[in-house]
Design a protein around this ligand. Sequence first.
Ligand code: ZN
Length: 277
Amino acid sequence: MNWKRIILVIAGILVLIAGAAAFIYYPTYRFMFAGGTQTVDTVLTIVKGGGGNSGVLLTDSAVVVIDTKMGGDAEKLYNLARSKAGPKKIIVVNTHYHGDHVKGNRYYKGCDIYIGAYDQKFLLDDLGPENMPNHFVKDSLILFLGNETLCLYNLGPAHTWNDMIVLLKNRKVLFTGDLIFNKVNPFLVKKSGANVDQWIGALDRMMKMEGIDKVIPGHGETGDKAMIAMMRNYFLDMKVAAADPTKEKEMTAKYKDWMVIPMMTSPGVTIDYIRKQ
Ligand SMILES: [Zn+2]
């Protein structure tokens, strides 16, 4: 075999590997980064892409941005919020500290940015000073913004140490952050403090909340309150499978239409995570 042939064979293998990777990861990429907006009503817009779902709410006194995305879509989201705000200020709420929800904070210089009460050194190391929030919500906080009332509840630890949900009280809309992955296997990492039992507890609290017509999950399509119970049932089923391997197949099959993120999330990954807890 001469060198030319060896190089051609290696190049062929590399193309095949790249093709296979693109084939495996394309659905995830599309799911995370496909853009688009959904107008809930005249003052509330859901913006997709850039990692997950964000909200832009126009009130009498400010524009509120819920989760600032990452990458190029983060800047687009900022520009949208800025154009809606005009002379009004922008207020940011981060539901949790993961990059797909906070890495656009850098565009909101001088704005009030709210997040749960994480250890601040941990946050600074993870996000960098340019994305660092400046208000830390320990339990709850209510923001009165003229015609709108925003209720921020820190329900963590669950998906991370401090997961915040945001209720737009007057519109009966709940932003759950990543406490809900709608028909997507959830992301569980020890480093972030993910705890399945506490996560179920947070979902229990959400189910008891009144005055919710619409639910905006961190990832996946928007819907209503039924989504909370669906996420809760997922974890209960995975707990059954984790405790009894003979049930694993049955429980996994129930969620065959839930999106899998290759190497990161699947029913099997969730079951393993529960077993190690
Ligand atoms: Zn997320």
